[in-house]
Design a protein around this ligand. Structure first.
Ligand SMILES: C[S@@+](CC[C@H](N)C(=O)[O-])C[C@H]1O[C@@H](n2cnc3c(N)ncnc32)[C@H](O)[C@@H]1O
Length: 283
């Protein structure tokens, strides 16, 4: 059975539309080959004769929608991805924040956490900071739309390329914060105590996540169109304290989206208007 033969344009469009409806990810017809590649095995596993029948299964089953979301999202990530952001975080953000907010716990949101490397990287650097500032308190919340990838994040268990990358770049941190078992390494309980993960679609209002001082929204805006980026940024902003910092991914910028954020330096934005503007108003 060749389910890939002559998939009608209307079925292709309907599946692309399902991706948009359930995740906000904007695909066009040029992405069909990739999408088909991701869905093919699932369609075969369900014993369906073609993608049209799969559309019907998707309409009938919210469980299938969960699997669909797991399949169509791109979960590429790594520890210490974009090193200069982590330099900024450890060397500028943390000391400045702590000096200005002594006694208050720092709340950080890894808003498209994927398999968790970003959240654990944040926590390791917070722990390193805490070694010199024992009064410092923090919590990291990782969210993602994909339940499947969140299960990996929660397990804190890594192997292969990502853990090898950490071993090469930060061997002392790997040794300190992970338990190694052969080729695998698992985050230890001391780090786990500060990190939690939960499912959240960035297109939904962040009603019960609380307010954050720092949001990492990296390498996810690129999958949305301009309207989608606008909607997501406005939702994310609702969960940010006044003056909170937003960090985006390497190939992302807010320059084409009008938001309530102020540019601080490449990839780094602050919630609200520039400080000079506000000071001027209150002078
Ligand atoms: C490429 S990964 C980025 C991971 C990490 N932030 C980084 O920069 O390495 C993109 C993640 O965004 C998630 N995602 C896609 N659409 C989403 C949505 N509407 N709401 C929440 N997460 C979404 C995907 O499931 C995926 O895990």
């Amino acid at each position: 059975m060749d389910i890939d033969k002559d998939v009608e344009a209307s079925v292709q469009r309907a599946l692309i539309e399902k991706v948009r409806r359930h995740t906000g990810i904007a695909m066009n017809e040029r992405k069909w080959t990739m999408l088909k590649g991701r869905l093919r095995r699932r369609v075969m596993a369900l014993g369906l004769p073609d993608y049209r029948d799969y559309l019907q299964v998707l309409d009938a089953s919210s469980e299938e929608v969960r699997d669909f979301i797991d399949l169509v999202t791109t979960n590429e990530t790594s520890f210490f991805r974009t090193p200069r952001i982590w330099e900024y975080f450890a060397q500028s953000y943390l000391p400045q924040w702590h000096a200005a907010h002594a006694g208050t716990p720092l709340r950080i949101w890894s808003a498209a956490a994927s398999s968790g490397e970003e959240a654990w990287t944040t926590a390791m650097l917070c722990e390193e900071f805490r070694a010199s500032e024992p009064a410092f308190r923090y919590a990291v919340v990782g969210t993602d739309i994909s339940d499947g990838i969140l299960a990996s994040a929660r397990s804190g268990r890594y192997q292969g390329r990502n853990i090898e990358g950490l071993r090469a770049s930060h061997p002392a941190l790997l040794q300190k914060w992970f338990r190694s078992e052969g080729a695998q390494a698992t985050v230890n309980d001391a780090l786990r105590a500060h990190v939690s993960f939960r499912q959240h679609n960035l297109y939904a209002l962040p009603r019960d996540l609380g307010q954050f001082d720092l949001v990492l929204l990296r390498n996810v805006l690129i999958y949305f169109d301009l309207d989608g980026q606008h909607a997501v940024l406005s939702n994310v902003r609702r969960a940010m304290k006044p003056d909170a910092v937003l960090i985006v991914g390497e190939s992302e910028s807010l320059s084409r989206v009008s938001t309530g954020f102020t540019f601080e330096q490449p990839l780094i934005y602050r919630n609200g208007r520039p400080r000079e503007e506000r000071d001027h108003e209150h002078a």
